[in-house]
Design a protein around this ligand. Structure first.
Ligand code: DC
Length: 223
């Protein structure tokens, strides 16, 4: 049977890095679904589009070809064949991704693509709606979170190491703002699926989180 694992959670819960480690231990691919919304947000910014113009953003989304590849250094994300992996991690693109992900027809297109990829091979997906919408029948479902302060602290340290001069307060504000937008949008807002297992990483180390998720996956897999 196909092994599909879903990990959802808010900004900065560590989903991507944890998902990478868990997928590697399970020997399966990790699909970072946020990167696809980021690729769309980046393209809209580059074309000087109004992100609030829903019909235009939906038309853009439906006109583009999004693909991913899995390389030794992780997932690469492509728009119309261009590798945009190095361009989608800026704060501006983060917020744009959150904004374009509010639109129902954007979500429909992205969900369809993610479901197709997950049906083709054993895969772990991380995002906001994986356990609720993309993979309702996933083998194991995880909701990974941590306090807003802890998530902002981790994001702040990561950004500092990359040379950012943003203050902790600015990072915390951006985290809270994006959470609000992701949790309060009308279409498929971020929420914990009823059958997802909550993992609160506020007081856990990275390794503890990985081990806990592996334990949950094994339990669901083998009963
Ligand atoms: O996981 P991330 O920070 O890279 O995601 C960027 C934005 O994309 C996030 O703020 C909301 C949106 N997103 C979504 O709506 N559904 C997903 N499955 C993944 C991301």
């Amino acid at each position: 049977m196909r092994l599909n694992v879903g990990i959802d959670g808010p900004v900065g819960a560590g989903k991507s890095t944890v998902a990478d480690a868990v997928a590697a231990r399970l020997g399966i691919l990790h699909l970072d679904t946020g990167a696809m919304y980021r690729a769309l947000g980046l393209t809209a910014i580059r074309r000087n589009m109004d992100l609030q113009d829903e019909p235009a953003i939906v038309a853009l989304c439906n006109s583009l070809n999004f693909t991913v590849s899995h390389e030794a250094d992780g997932q690469h994300t492509f728009v119309e064949g261009e590798d945009v992996t190095g361009l989608i991690r800026t704060p501006e693109v983060s917020m744009a991704a959150s904004t374009v992900s509010r639109y129902a027809d954007v979500r429909k297109a992205m969900v369809r693509l993610q479901q197709k990829l997950a049906s083709e091979t054993d895969m772990l997906l991380d995002g906001r709606d994986i356990c609720t919408t993309v993979l309702p029948n996933a083998t194991a479902k995880i909701y990974l979170t941590a306090s807003a302060e802890e998530r902002a602290r981790r994001r702040f340290l990561e950004m500092q190491s990359k040379g950012s001069t943003d203050t902790f307060e600015e990072v915390l504000e951006a985290v809270i703002k994006r959470d609000e937008q992701d949790m309060n949008r009308p279409v498929e807002p971020l929420r914990q699926a009823e059958d997802a297992v909550l993992v609160d990483s506020t007081h856990l180390t990275f390794d503890e989180v990985v081990e806990e998720i592996l334990r949950i996956v094994e339990e669901k897999r083998h009963g």
